[in-house]
Design a protein around this ligand. Structure first.
Ligand code: C2E
Ligand code: MG
Ligand code: MG
Length: 776
């Protein structure tokens, strides 16, 4: 070691050696800084940085060697063969290049040692090629052992430098390996120099003057500057790449503009505008957007502005822009942030559509219609409101399932939509309820024509003769302002008109008038009063006898409801029962009637029977059998003495449910009579589906039979039917002797009517079966 040190001190120009070492240190630091960049950067730039690092490393090692050679004091100035000198530099660069390239894939210490060996061989190869380039000197004697030792130490140092480079991070990743490279270069060079005797060749040249030394300084300074700049470039590149990465990582598009020219743009901005960065930079920013975005390109103009990109093919495109003043590359600039709102605007529209539309039919819903109606009233222009209700829809839904029901609703929506003009509004406001707003009508005739058009289209497209799923519709029509000045009144009056349309035999349109309104009000007040009738004790039962036509003796009584209204007086059941059925109060009223009648009848002499009328509404509720059992148990009336009268309308809706309930009641021992027989649609088929215990011929046939042969034939046929089925037949409404003898002659075993007794509050006290009634 002392030998090497002595060689440096005695044979070298020390300031120049110091210069060489400085160059070596700077180049080593720069090498690893660039190598780090190569390892971190994106794949596209990796090769560039690897080459740059290899050139710096190879160039640094070569320069160190070259300058040290110049620092070597020889009797004559050293001369270099230019080709070999250049080759020596290339060897170093190539070896470092290969080593660095492979280092990226290093797996374990063995591979690192191998790449260290490649780099070391590069230094050694460069050194001896450089020595060979001395054209006017020759190496007299070489001591191989120390050289070999120095190369081994250099190899280990370089391998160590590589290993540490792979392992360390932060600044140490550059500084520590750089020291390894400096030491390896220095040791190999100076040991090799100390182990060789260099003499001058046959052709001696004059010694180099001081000017050459200055040239050397300039070369070193230039090399240092170059290397330093490369190192700075690697740091700046890293910094800028980080910033660009940051800019590209945002979800917003960013444009940097100055004097309305685009200076830079991130990836998102390029994607949004559909061009690459090169096509953007330098162009006028305002040219890319529609107004009012132009204003936005200047900061401090206000909040975010929404605009479209010029020439965009996306029809519903929406871009939000915000601008901020920044300093960019030392000058005042504006950063414009672009947010693509197209998708969120679409989602927003979809949500709004969902909130205001019926998802099944696509028509507007009740909430949106209400807004439309309010607006129509505010505008004060005459319009019509048509309430549409479907007939038979529930039956279709029950029979064919909800899928079929949905299809019908969609068909109905299409029909209505086809009938109206673009400015009109059709809405689905309930299950099978629709409503049409006909705007800007000249007179009520316009509404009349639209109603007629709707009915005609329904008749055309919904032919129940051909299509079992066809439904009809009833319409209630009001016009503004004649039928109401506010949305609530108009809607209410349309419902009143609709109710009337349904009452007057479905499939019609009904126009609102004042009488209708009065009727509706009357009905509502009746409905209201009925709710309290039971608890206020306004209801009572009267009983009408059923007699045997043979001997006029009473077999039982039918309980009939009476309502003594505090103001209206007696309200007939034909008036209040339908109201109670519609309002649902029939459930409470029916229960009260059944319990009360059973209690009354329990006091009657056995075997007088009790007939109680049961509403179709009651027959749809599964608890009816329980109520019957309870009423019997409470009163102690024997089940055989109770008879429930049902009308055929009870079997029109929910037929299966009603029949099941009837069967259950029958298992209690209670009999079931078919009331008002002959007035329904399917009297005969009902007899087939349920084993009734009695048939009551409707009084309309009995009252007409003495003058109407058809009525008499019907009575005869029903009586014959009863005989065939072994069912007792009751003739209702027998008012006189003629009718009595006629029904008796036709074979009706039982009769009921004013002739035998009007409905009365109490049954005759002396009625002990069999009783003979006194004829009225
Ligand atoms: P309905 O069950 O057919 O009752 C027979 C109706 O005919 C009774 O009318 C009775 O007063 C009337 N009537 C009896 N004999 C004659 C006659 O000779 N000539 C004429 N013109 N009429 C006669 P009312 O009491 O007005 O009852 C009408 C309907 O109201 C009943 O018809 C029944 O369907 C219903 N109703 C009565 N009470 C109840 C009840 O408690 N529950 C239910 N659900 N319905 C009831
Ligand atoms: Mg009856
Ligand atoms: Mg009847």
């Amino acid at each position: 070691m002392s030998h090497v040190f002595a060689s440096i001190v005695s044979h070298h120009d020390l300031p120049v050696v110091a210069l060489a070492l400085l160059l070596c240190v700077v180049s080593a630091l720069s090498t690893f800084a660039q190598l780090q960049r190569a390892f971190e950067c994106v794949v596209q730039r990796r090769l560039l940085w690897l080459i740059s690092a290899a050139v710096t490393a190879g160039g640094g090692v070569w320069s160190t060697h070259f300058i040290s050679m110049i620092a070597y004091r020889t009797p004559v100035a050293l001369q270099f063969d230019q080709v070999l000198t250049a080759l020596s530099a290339m060897i170093a660069v190539a070896a470092f290049g290969i080593a660095f390239w492979l280092l990226r894939r290093a797996r374990g210490m063995v591979s690192v040692l191998l790449y260290g060996a490649i780099a070391t061989l590069g230094i050694v190869g460069m050194h001896f090629t450089g020595m060979a380039a001395l054209s006017n000197s020759m190496v007299h004697r070489v001591d191989h052992a120390p050289i070999l030792a120095a190369v081994t130490v250099g190899w280990l140092l370089l391998s160590g430098a590589f290993a540490l480079f792979l392992r360390l991070d932060g600044r140490r990743r550059v500084t520590v390996p750089a020291m390894g490279l400096v030491l390896a270069t220095g040791i190999i060079h100076f040991v090799a120099m100390a182990s060789a005797m260099i003499g001058h060749g046959p052709v001696a040249a004059p010694a180099a003057g001081g000017g050459a030394q200055w040239l050397l300084v300039w070369i070193v300074a230039a090399a240092l500057l170059l290397i330093g700049l490369t190192a700075v470039a690697s740091v700046v590149d890293r910094f800028l790449t980080d910033l660009r990465g940051l800019a590209d990582a945002t979800s917003e598009g960013l444009l940097i503009t100055s004097d309305d020219r685009i200076l830079d743009a991130n990836e998102q901005a390029c994607a949004l505008l559909g061009v690459d960065r090169a096509a953007l930079v330098g162009t006028a920013a305002a040219a890319w957007f529609e107004t009012p975005a132009r204003d936005m390109l200047h900061p401090h103009r206000g909040d975010a502005v929404r605009t479209r990109i010029r020439g965009s093919v996306v029809e519903d495109q929406l871009v939000e822009m915000t601008a901020r003043a920044i300093e960019y590359r030392g000058r005042a600039a504006t950063v414009v942030a672009l947010r693509d709102l197209t998708e969120s605007a679409r989602a927003q529209r979809a949500i709004e559509h969902l909130a205001s539309h019926d998802p099944l039919t696509g028509l507007v819903n009740r909430a949106a219609f209400d807004i439309g109606l309010h607006e129509a009233v505010r505008s004060a222009a005459p319009f019509a409101l048509i309430a549409v209700d479907l007939d038979r829809f529930k039956a279709v839904n029950d029979l064919f399932g909800h899928g079929a029901g949905d299809t019908i609703l969609i068909r109905v929506a299409r029909i209505l939509d086809d009938c109206v003009r673009a400015q009109d509004l059709v809405a689905r406001v309930g299950g099978d309820e629709f409503v049409v707003l006909q705007r800007d009508i000249a007179s009520s005739d316009d509404a009349r024509r639209l109603a007629a058009r709707i009915l005609a289209r329904f008749a055309e497209e919904m032919d129940s003769a051909r299509d079992p799923m066809a439904v009809g519709c009833s319409l209630g029509v009001v016009t503004y302002p004649s039928d109401g000045c506010d949305p609530e009144t108009l809607r209410h009056n349309a419902d009143v008109a609709l109710y009337r349309a349904k009452q007057s035999g479905r499939g019609t349109a009904s126009f609102f008038d004042e009488t209708m309104d009065r009727e509706a009000r009357d009905r509502r007040s009746l409905e209201h009063d009925l709710r309290h009738a039971v608890c206020r004790g306004e209801l009572r039962l009267v009983y009408q006898p059923l007699v045997s036509t043979d001997d006029d003796h009473v077999v039982g009584y039918e309980a009939l409801l009476r309502w003594d209204h505090p103001e209206r007086g007696q309200v007939p059941p034909s008036l209040f029962i339908p109201v109670a059925e519609e309002a649902g109060t029939i459930m409470a009223i029916g229960e009260w009637a059944l319990r009360q009648a059973c209690r009354d009848a329990a006091a009657w002499p056995d075997p007088l029977t009790l007939a109680v009328n049961v509403s179709p509404v009651q027959l749809r509720v599964a608890t009816l059998p329980m109520l019957v059992r309870d009423a019997l148990a409470d009163s102690g009336l024997a089940p055989e003495r109770l008879e429930l009268e049902i009308t055929e309308t009870a079997l029109l809706r929910d037929r299966e449910v009603s029949l099941a309930i009837l069967r259950e009641i029958r298992t209690l021992g209670v009999r079931i009579a078919m009331d008002d027989f002959g007035t329904g649609y399917s009297s005969l088929s009902n007899l087939r589906h349920f084993p009734f215990d009695k048939i009551k011929i409707d009084k309309s046939f009995v009252s007409a039979m003495h003058e109407d042969e058809a009525a008499r034939s019907i009575v005869r046929a029903i009586a014959g039917l009863g005989k065939g089925l072994n069912l007792p037949v009751v003739a209702e409404g027998v008012e006189n002797e003629v009718q009595r003898s006629m029904v008796q002659a036709e074979g009706c075993a039982l009769a009921q009517g004013y002739l035998f007794g009007r409905p009365a509050a109490t049954v005759l006290a002396q009625d002990v079966a069999p009783v003979r009634v006194r004829r009225a």
